[in-house]
Design a protein around this ligand. Structure first.
Ligand code: FES
Ligand SMILES: [Fe+2]
Length: 348
């Protein structure tokens, strides 16, 4: 067992920087070139690089020699070499060379912490385990079925906001804000203001929807929860006829950077095929990205201005039923993780 004191000690602390033991999108695949890339996610510094075959590898961005950032070093065949004194580590965190002291006892020891990685759907995903072991075998990274049916096409959008990730998560389970915060925008300008919200549990989580209107604004949001793999907030985005009509769908979940910064990402998908798909992709690239940015900027301004301790003083309404349920689910999982770690530590 390694570094248990570095881990959050309570469920609330854990929630500040994100649940562990699940997959997180950390960047676009194109962000990682031939050299190392240092990133902060879940309040941890990690380094990514590609081995000779192009496979993405990840370790804690910490050299076990004297703590330099491995991301300042360089890729050496399949391994990463520290810039400070040249110590090399492989993708499992094993020290493979110590050039200044070639016969050092460090060689052959697993001193770095490694993370499983996947490169898929335009992004790089990292499994953030709780560091109780140097490396883990993760559960499979799971995507909603729309990613594999071949009927949907889409784009990945990534932004960085200055707020805690839980505000972004709550925002994604609050479809009704579309009728207020985003009023007047190209696709979220219509429909009713009042909303009697329905709630139902589903096989993969729950769904919340506006009972008095569907298919006009952000009227329905649901959760796909793959325990041990990750959470997906999914929201239907109906396009008005003047925008070409059709059904859009947002697939998202925030990745914490630290307690006050969040990587906000979403796959914006459309169910279309053939030439209609080609036209939609062209229109989205030429006009849709900018328009989407207008909507996202409204969310960003609103969330960044919410005080850090707002949840202690807020007063929820019936329309917040999705927010209440996603919070509860996350809190339960955070408590379960803390209990499991305490038991693991006690059993040592
Ligand atoms: S700190 Fe990395 S080789 Fe010395
Ligand atoms: Fe929004």
């Amino acid at each position: 067992m390694i570094w248990p004191d570095d881990l959050p000690q309570t469920a609330d602390e854990l929630l500040e920087t994100g649940l562990l033991n699940q997959w997180y999108l950390v960047c676009r695949d194109t962000d990682l070139g031939t050299g190392p890339l240092g990133l902060k996610r879940l309040d941890r510094n990690i380094v990514l690089w590609r081995d000779k075959a192009g496979k993405v590898r990840a370790l804690d961005d910490f050299c076990p020699h004297r703590g330099a950032r491995l991301s300042l070093g360089h890729v050496c065949d399949d391994d990463i070499a520290c810039a400070y004194h040249g110590v090399q580590l492989d993708c499992d965190g094993m020290v493979t060379a110590t050039p200044p002291t070639p016969k050092s006892s460090l060689v052959g020891q697993k001193l770095g912490v490694s993370y499983p990685c996947e490169e898929v759907h335009g992004g790089i995903w990292v499994y953030f385990h709780d560091r109780l072991e140097h490396s883990v075998t993760p559960p499979p990274l799971q995507f909603p079925e729309e990613f594999s049916t071949g009927e949907w096409s889409g784009f990945l959008d990534i932004r960085h906001w200055e707020c805690n990730w839980q505000l972004v998560r709550d925002n994604q389970f609050d479809p009704i804000h579309g009728s207020f915060l985003h009023v007047g925008t190209h696709i979220l300008s219509g429909g009713k203001k009042d909303a009697d919200m329905g709630f139902e549990r589903t096989e993969l989580g729950f769904v919340v929807w506006r009972k008095n209107q569907q298919g006009v604004n952000l009227d329905k949001t649901w959760l796909n929860y793959f325990p041990g793999s990750g959470f997906w907030a999914i929201t239907d985005l109906p396009y008005p006829r003047r925008e070409g009509g059709g059904l859009g769908r947002l697939f998202r979940f925030p990745t914490p950077i630290d307690a006050t910064h969040t990587m906000v990402w979403n796959y914006r998908m459309q169910k279309m095929s053939g030439w209609k798909r080609d036209i939609w992709r062209f229109i989205y690239k030429t006009k849709g990205v900018g328009r989407g940015l207008t909507v996202l900027s409204q969310d960003c301004v609103a969330l960044e201005a919410i005080p850090k301790d707002a949840a202690k003083h807020e007063s929820l309404m019936q329309c917040d039923i999705g927010v209440a349920h996603i919070r509860r689910l996350y809190k339960e999982e955070a408590e379960r993780q803390i209990r499991a770690r305490k038991m693991a530590v006690a059993a040592e």
